[in-house]
Design a protein around this ligand. Structure first.
Ligand code: UDP
Ligand code: MG
Length: 353
């Protein structure tokens, strides 16, 4: 890895304004629209990488990302001041020590240490907001580099063409069958429940500074980035990429983390489950009315009503249904409880910039 490359930064013009190009009197009218992101000079690109117990892969990953930056900057696609931003999401291994070492050897590697593990979503948010003032556009990518980093070039083309959000979507994946099945299940469940997400897109994407400014307006505690970027509504593009297998270490997303992510995805974007409760409640009510009529009919006709079944079954049935629905309502109340407390979504510990 080459060292002391930060000196290049001084020679390039730092961006001044937000994503909308700065206009001076006499400049073409076209630059006042934000349809095109292009602006004099190449954009400063930040690559944000959330890292949770990634000591095994983070060194290699960073080396490859810096290589990408170097290539892009040599081709004039990004500013020489572009950098990698490693967010340590409360790792319990040597991840932070590795990040400090990488930063010491190459100024293009920056780091942020969070006080504790807050999950990928919040770690990503910390990264996005952390680099907002220093970059024109940001790519988020996993520490295991399962996503093909070469596609960043295509992301940048779309960005130059005016896209504020560029979604990387998987073209098949090298994951295990179980992983594919569980993520497929959660994905379909979320779609079914009305959460708006892009098919086969995870957290590999490019966002402009303007899009991050918009994200900063979403103050919800239970943040579901994949859905929120769609929710913003800025011009977006989709770029396919092939998924690799994880180089070293285990997946940090176990079933529990995936399930909680899916639940957040559903409950923060959809009230379909609450509506289902209402509809199901009405159906059950209707069913018991019919049952009552049925037994009344038999009573009038003089038949002996089948007492046990007619009493016990509805009790169990209704009891079960009620408890289940209380659970769903409780899920939303839990969310409201968390939101009203409005606690910080992450706490910064140390930053290496
Ligand atoms: N990650 C994180 N915090 C967590 C769990 C995961 O920052 O609590 C990071 C992890 O280091 C990696 C990314 O999220 O950079 C994706 O995780 P992983 O590759 O383990 O999950 P998978 O690819 O199986 O979804
Ligand atoms: Mg992975």
């Amino acid at each position: 890895m080459s060292s002391s490359t930060t000196k290049e930064t001084g020679t390039t013009t730092k961006p001044t304004a937000r994503n909308a190009p700065a206009t001076t009197a006499g400049e073409s009218l076209l630059t006042t629209t934000d349809a095109v992101n292009a602006r004099p000079g190449a954009p400063v690109l930040a690559i944000v990488v959330p890292c949770f117990n990634e000591e095994l892969v983070i060194g290699d990953t960073t080396r490859r990302l810096v290589e990408v930056l170097q290539k892009l900057s040599a081709a004039g696609r990004v500013d020489a001041g572009s950098f990698v931003y490693l967010v340590d999401d409360g790792s319990r291994d040597r991840t932070w020590a590795v990040i400090e070492d990488l930063h010491g050897r190459d100024g293009r590697v920056k780091g942020l240490k969070l006080a504790r593990n807050v999950g990928t979503q919040n770690a990503l948010l910390a990264g996005l907001l952390g680099v907002k003032e220093h970059a024109d556009c940001v790519v988020t990518i996993d520490a295991d580099l399962q996503q093909d980093e070469a596609v960043i070039e295509t992301f940048l083309e779309k960005y130059a063409g005016g896209a504020h959000i560029v979604y990387g979507v998987r073209r098949g994946r090298g994951d295990s069958y179980l992983k594919k099945a569980t993520s497929g299940f959660f994905y379909n469940l979320m779609r079914l429940m009305g959460a708006r997400i892009i098919k086969h897109h995870s957290e590999y994407r490019l966002v402009s500074r303007k899009a991050i400014d918009a994200i900063a307006e979403y103050r919800e505690y239970n943040l579901f980035l994949r859905g929120i970027f769609v929710d913003i509504g800025y011009k977006s593009e989709i770029v396919p990429f092939t998924v690799r297998r994880r180089g070293a270490g285990k997946s940090k997303h176990d079933f529990r983390k995936l399930a909680s992510l899916a639940l957040d995805g559903i409950t923060s974007f959809s009230i379909v489950p609450l509506r289902l409760v209402t509809v199901a409640g009405m159906l059950v009510f209707l069913f018991s009315v019919l049952m009552t009529l049925f037994y009344l009919y038999h009573k009038i006709k003089g038949h002996t009503p089948p007492g046990w079944a007619g009493t016990i079954i509805p009790i169990y049935f209704l009891g079960g249904v009620q408890i289940m629905f209380l659970g769903i309502v409780g899920e939303y109340i839990g969310k409201i409880y968390q939101e009203t407390k409005a606690r910080p979504r992450y706490i910064k510990d140390t930053e290496l910039f």
